[in-house]
Design a protein around this ligand. Structure first.
Ligand SMILES: *C/C=C(C)/C=C/C=C(C)/C=C/C1=C(C)CCCC1(C)C
Length: 243
């Protein structure tokens, strides 16, 4: 292996669409990181931490995507461990974004995100040998619904402000309620892409086995979800921060 190969990692084969989405993921996360860092210098002082966290989210993802693309290109299959290490770092940072905007809810949302991701990992990897993807996915889904409730996703339909975070967003000043509404849409619709990917990836022998027949691969769905949510979250925060 020459030095260039060592630095760039394994090459993707022509026609490897899934591999291509890993590549696009790494490049777009890197570009978004540069953008958020540059904007960090432009925004008002009180939004600097939010912009830095947005850059950390996409920056951490860019590194993971670089290695995930490599693992995929080596023919080692779906990079489950790298994927969940990325998520367990970046999803709590998305929770930090809510906490920075509102000043509340950090602890509840943090623990809910840990439950959501750890149970999701158990279901997807099968490491525990206990239960199946459906049971773990159900528990993970409960934690997801709790988070969606807490940040006030129901307010989109005029069904109340939800938990503390939702309340604080609704009563905040300036551009924060509008940015909060965008974040709520990301949690409600953007995050719902992930259980879809999970169902496609774990469909064998399950009641949703038909999902495996979809012309989509689990990693493609996750990669699309990450690009939408990680970059979108930062853009939503940026929309509140810029004047
Ligand atoms: C940047 C990464 C993000 C925003 C990841 C979010 C991941 C989820 C919302 C995952 C949710 C899951 C369920 C609700 C059930 C099935 C298992 C998961 C972990 C895929």
């Amino acid at each position: 292996m020459n030095t260039l190969n060592f630095i760039l990692g394994a090459s993707l084969q022509p026609g490897d669409f899934t591999g291509f989405t890993f590549f696009i993921g790494s490049v777009s996360m890197l570009a978004a990181t540069v953008f958020f860092l540059v904007q960090h210098g432009q925004v008002d002082k009180k939004f600097k931490d939010s912009m830095l966290v947005a850059a950390l989210i996409t920056g951490i993802a860019a590194v993971h995507y670089y290695y995930m693309r490599d693992q995929w290109a080596e023919g080692l299959g779906s990079p489950t461990e790298l994927r969940y290490v990325d998520w367990i770092l970046t999803v709590p940072l998305m929770v930090v974004e809510f906490a920075l905007l509102t000043g509340v809810g950090m602890r509840k949302l943090f623990w809910a995100s840990v439950v959501m991701l750890v149970t999701g990992y158990f279901g997807e990897s099968g490491v525990t040998g206990i239960g199946d993807a459906q049971v773990w996915g159900f528990v993970s889904g409960l934690a997801y619904f709790y988070m969606a409730y807490e940040v006030g996703c129901l307010s989109i339909f005029g069904l109340g402000n939800g938990g503390d975070v939702g309340n604080a967003l609704a009563n905040a000043k300036g551009k924060i309620p509008a940015a909060g509404r965008m974040l709520q849409w990301f949690v409600l619709v953007g995050w719902s892409i992930y259980p879809l990917g999970y169902m496609i990836g774990t469909a064998d022998g399950m009641w949703y086995a038909g999902a495996a027949g979809l012309p989509l691969d689990m990693d493609i769905v996750y990669n699309i979800g990450d690009a939408i949510n990680k970059i979108g979250f930062g853009m939503a925060v940026w929309s509140a921060a810029r004047d």
